[in-house]
Every structure is written in C-alpha cells, then in structure tokens.
Design a protein around this ligand. Structure first.
Ligand code: GLP
Length: 239
C-alpha cells in the first residue's frame, strides 16, 4: 500500500490530478467517483488536461429513481465536472444503462461490459463516514458484485445537501460491488478534512469487518491512500 499524506487538500488534489491525467493518456479503464472529496481533484484535472485521452472511463455508482437528465445524477455530476470540459470522447464514456427493463439488469449489464473491457485498471474512491465505498454500505460482502443496493439512512442524510429535502434523496442505488473493486489493478482512495479522521483511523487501524466495508479492501496489493493532514490526524505516528 502507498500511503501519502499531504499538507492540505489542494496539494493532494494537484498531485493526484497529475497522476490521473497520465493514466487517462493510456488505454486503460479508469473508474471515477463522485462526492465533495472529488471536487478539487476534478477542478485540478481540468488544469492538467490529458493531452490525448485514451482511457475508457467508468463510474462507481449511480442513484436509482431519478430521471436520466436529472442534474443530481452522478452521471450528470461527472459529465459536468469532468467529461464535458475535457471534451472526453463519447465512445470512451461508459455509464450504466438505466433504461434497461430493470435496475438489476442494468447492474449485470454494467458488470459484464466492464469485465469484457478487461476490468478496472484504476478506481478512484472516496469514503463514507460509515466506511462505505461506492454505495457498498455496512454489511456488504467482499464477494459482492455490481448490484442494486439500499442506501443507508446516514448516507442519505450526508448527501441531503444536493437535494431540496431528505425525502428527495433516493433510497436505492446501483454500485460496483466490493468483489468488482477488489479485482481492480489499482484503488486510489482519497479523504480530506477533519470530518474523515475517525473513519480513516478505523479503515487503516481498526478491525477488518463487513461493518466497515472499506477495511475489506485494506490489504489490496494496489491500494493507494491519499490523505490530507486533517484526515490523517488520528492515525498512529509511523516508526
Ligand atoms: C457518497 C458517494 C461515494 C463517496 C462518499 C463520500 O455517498 N456515493 O462514492 O465516496 O459518499 O462523499 P464525500 O466525498 O462527499 O464525503
């Protein structure tokens, strides 16, 4: 595992954006995540524009129950912040086909397309306060595949700011599974701010358990953890 701790979130964003831009210039499969943690990274990526975007891009999760054009879908978030400003080639953008007859079919189809494309080379990850990755909430198994999940109430509350009221926050989502993520060549997990310090400590130093899903991927050989000092502030000093 690579653990990198930056002085602040801006330095983290700039360094990870530089690395990400290089990956996007190779014919790889790169998975994007959403969330506030990713905002500075994507803003920085626009400044370090990949010269020739060759990577196929994928997304980690998506709300169910919103209409396709809804500005609050994760697909919209990624198009608006990343794919459209980068003029990313449409043929390389892979999104779940939520128009399929039912959401689980869309999940299976997404997993099949990803597998047929060779699986993920790099997956960006944020982390929820309860240790969720994507929307693999507590109780998710390490064998889980891309599927329809129920969003934890605490996650709905955390994401309420993107909606007018809690009632509008979707209750279900489609997420890449932990088993799917475990097969990625590299996982890049980012966390910033004091508010993530407790969960980062549990992730890196706590017991490995389905009750903190991120711990199940802690021994992944290609794991890179990028933290700012605040998110790392409760970790035991090294050495
Ligand atoms: C959301 C997303 C996750 C994200 C996490 C953290 O629910 N579905 O993919 O990693 O929560 O979000 P934030 O970066 O806003 O703290």
């Amino acid at each position: 595992m690579e653990l990198k701790i930056y002085e602040d979130a801006a330095l983290l964003a700039s360094d990870v954006a530089r690395r990400l831009s290089k990956k996007l210039e190779s014919p790889l499969n790169v998975g994007f995540a959403t969330g506030r943690t990713m905002d500075p990274l994507y803003a920085s990526l626009l400044k370090k524009r990949p010269q020739m975007p060759l990577a196929r891009v994928w997304m980690l999760d998506e709300y169910l129950g919103l209409s396709a054009g809804d500005a609050r879908t994760y697909a919209h978030y990624l198009r608006e912040r990343v794919f459209t400003p980068l003029d990313y080639p449409e043929a390389k953008i892979n999104l779940p086909r939520l128009s399929l007859s039912n959401p689980q079919e869309a999940a299976d189809d997404y997993e099949d397309r990803l597998r047929a494309a060779g699986g993920l080379d790099v997956q960006l990850l944020g982390i929820g306060h309860n240790g969720h990755l994507g929307l693999n909430e507590p109780g998710s198994s390490i064998d889980s595949r891309t599927r329809v999940v129920t969003i934890a109430e605490s996650t709905r509350v955390a994401n309420q700011g993107f909606f007018d009221s809690l009632n509008e926050v979707p209750r279900e989502a489609l997420t890449l599974g932990l088993g799917t993520l475990n097969e990625a060549r590299e996982l890049w997990l980012l966390a910033t701010g004091r508010g993530k310090a407790e969960i980062i400590k549990r992730f890196l130093e706590g017991e490995v358990s389905e009750s903190v899903p991120a711990t199940l991927l802690r021994s992944h050989p290609g794991l890179h953890v990028f933290l700012d000092q605040e998110a790392a502030s409760l970790l035991k000093p090294v050495g």
